[in-house]
Write a protein that binds this ligand. Structure first.
Ligand SMILES: [Fe+2]
Length: 334
């Protein structure tokens, strides 16, 4: 009876917290983007391709614990997700952004001063930025996207990804928050431009609403997602966390074998973690102090394991190490 109630509770919570992703409406009619993108391409692209990403994403998430995850959570840990979730979550996110930053010529809004200043500071001019984007889009082999992103150090960067990946995902080298994306899948242009991707790219710059991209830039600068990405990029933290989780959590359940066999590895990761260079914004004396304390604690644990210390002693010292790790993590929050 108890088991039945638990199953019922889990199913109800999944139902209560599960969210369905939906196809966003296009801000303008399919024909509004003519002559640069023809109405039929827009209709198929939005109504069929994007709809398929949404449908398949919901299907892949249904009934799993991931159904309650936000889009950012799904994207951030893409390397842990199934291909169905990685491709369709990416497809949904990327296209939603694409529709937002496009507008018919008579509805375009102008670039904002702070964003323009950032473009000029990094690229020299808007024209040079467009050239960099065109270069990234035209050299992307096969299907994919060209991006303008805000990186964790709050700089602009032009980059590109294959398939439906994007720069929020942990599978990409250049990570950050996308503020502009250009779809270079053939489904985005083939009906009108056939194989001439270059002509499509020249056309699309007539539809990019730099006012909207400016708003996205301003929002990205203060988005907590930036510091999440920055923290994730700190590989030494990830490496240490993995061994800590695999040794500490079994101890909590009374299984000390992983710790007794891997305390040397835990210490080695702590030494590397302590010696690693934190991301620029986290490079502070209190973070280094917490890292040094953590290393010392792991050394103590390794010695205790060597002396065959009792389980309860190890649990106490591992709890301290775990608390120290979270202290480092918390210091890394802005
Ligand atoms: Fe597309």
């Amino acid at each position: 009876m108890k088991a039945l109630l638990s199953i019922l509770f889990i199913s109800m919570s999944t139902l209560l917290f599960a969210q369905e992703f939906n196809l966003p409406a296009l801000p303008y009619s399919y024909s509004s983007y003519e002559p640069y993108i023809d109405a039929q391409t827009m209709e198929i692209h939005h109504g069929k391709h994007h709809q398929a990403y949404v449908t398949n994403l919901n299907k892949a998430l249904a009934g799993t614990k991931l159904a309650s995850f936000s889009m950012n959570q799904l994207l951030m840990d893409a390397s842990f997700r199934s291909d169905a979730i990685r491709n369709n979550a990416g497809g949904h996110y990327n296209h939603s952004l694409f529709w937002e930053i496009l507008a018919p010529k008579d509805k375009l809004t102008s670039v904002q001063a702070s964003f323009e200043a950032a473009i000029n500071a990094q690229y020299g001019s808007m024209d040079s930025l467009k050239k960099a984007l065109t270069q990234a889009a035209s050299t992307r082999f096969g299907s994919g996207w060209a991006w303008l992103i805000v990186t964790p150090d709050k700089k602009l960067m032009v980059t590109s990804t294959g398939n439906q990946d994007n720069p929020i995902m942990d599978v990409t080298k250049d990570r950050g928050i996308p503020i502009l994306g250009i779809d270079v899948w053939e489904h985005a242009y083939y009906l009108k431009y056939q194989n001439k991707r270059g002509d499509y790219l020249s056309g699309i710059f007539n539809l990019i609403d730099w006012g909207i991209v400016s708003e996205k830039y301003t929002k990205a600068l203060v988005d907590p997602l930036l510091s999440e990405i920055e923290k994730e990029n700190w590989m030494a933290l990830k490496d240490f966390h993995k061994v800590m989780a695999q040794t500490f959590h079994p101890c909590e359940d009374g299984n000390f074998v992983p710790l007794r066999t891997r305390s040397g590895e835990l210490l080695a990761k702590a030494i590397l973690f302590s010696a690693s260079k934190p991301p620029v914004s986290k490079d502070k004396p209190n973070v280094h102090k917490a890292l040094a304390d953590l290393e010392e604690q792991c050394e103590k644990i390794h010695e205790l394991v060597g002396k065959n210390a009792k389980d309860e002693v190890l649990l106490k010292e591992m709890t301290k190490a775990h608390d120290l790790f979270h202290q480092v993590e918390e210091l890394c929050h802005d």
